[in-house]
Ligand binder design. Structure first.
Ligand code: GLN
Length: 196
C-alpha cells in the first residue's frame, strides 16, 4: 500500500511522519508528473486552502485527482484539506471562487471559530471511541451534511469529523498528536477499497 500526500503547501510533513511511524509507504504529490506513480489513498493536509487550491489547479492536479476521488480513491482531508473536499463553502467570495474538489456532500465554514478561538486543543470522542486529542488551528467546521454523510464527531455541538464512503474529513489535525487512530481508520478504508 502506498499513500500519497499533497505536498504543495502546508503541514504535509507531519502526515508523512505519521505514516512512516505506521510503516506505510508514502508519495509526495507536487505536480502532475507525480500522479503517474501508483498510490492507493490520498491525504490533503492542513495549510491555506486558497493557496493549495490554486497550486492544485496550476500544477494540473485538480481535475485528475477530482476524477479519481469521484471514482472511489480513498481520501482524507484535515482542516484546509476538509475545505478542499467540501461541496459547499458558506463563506467564500462569490467573485473569486476557491478552486477545490467539491466531492464531499458537506457544507463547511472556513475560519469558523473566529480570531480569539482561532487555535485550541480539546479531547473528545470520535466514531464511538473515547479520548481523541484534537488540535484546531484556524479551523473550519461542518455546518450541514448530505444524506450519505456519517457524522463521526462533534465538539460543542459542531460537526468536526465526517465520512462519506471513500472520503474522510476532520477539522482538527490528528497528525500533530501522537494518537494514530484517525490515520489507522483511514488505512482501514484503503484496505476495504483495495479488497472491493
Ligand atoms: N484557515 C485555513 C484555510 O482556510 C485552514 C487552517 C488549517 O488548515 N490549519 O485554509
Amino acid at each position: 500500500m502506498r499513500v500519497a500526500v499533497l505536498a504543495v503547501q502546508g503541514a504535509f510533513i507531519e502526515h508523512i511522519h505519521m505514516l512512516d511511524r505506521l510503516g506505510v509507504a508514502t508519495l509526495e504529490l507536487r505536480n502532475q508528473d507525480d500522479l503517474a506513480r501508483p498510490f492507493d489513498g490520498l491525504i490533503l493536509p492542513g495549510g491555506e486552502s486558497t493557496t493549495m487550491g490554486r497550486l492544485l489547479r496550476e500544477q494540473g492536479m485538480l481535475a485528475p485527482l477530482q476524477k479519481r476521488i469521484s471514482a472511489g480513491l480513498p481520501v482524507f482531508g484535515t482542516c484546509a484539506g476538509m475545505i478542499l473536499l467540501a461541496r459547499y463553502l458558506s463563506n467564500q467570495g462569490e467573485a473569486d471562487p476557491l478552486p477545490h474538489f467539491a466531492t464531499m456532500d458537506i457544507k463547511v465554514r472556513r475560519n469558523a471559530y473566529g480570531r480569539q478561538l482561532g487555535s485550541f486543543h480539546t479531547v473528545a470522542e470520535m466514531a464511538g471511541l473515547p479520548d481523541f486529542p484534537m488540535t484546531f488551528i484556524r479551523a473550519p467546521y461542518i455546518e450541514a451534511v448530505g444524506p450519505g454523510v456519517e457524522v463521526l464527531a462533534r465538539v460543542e455541538g459542531r460537526i468536526i469529523a465526517a465520512r462519506q464512503n471513500n472520503q474522510l474529513a476532520t477539522s482538527f489535525h490528528p497528525e500533530l498528536t501522537a494518537d494514530a487512530r484517525v490515520h489507522e481508520l483511514f488505512l482501514r478504508m484503503i484496505k476495504v477499497a483495495d479488497a472491493a
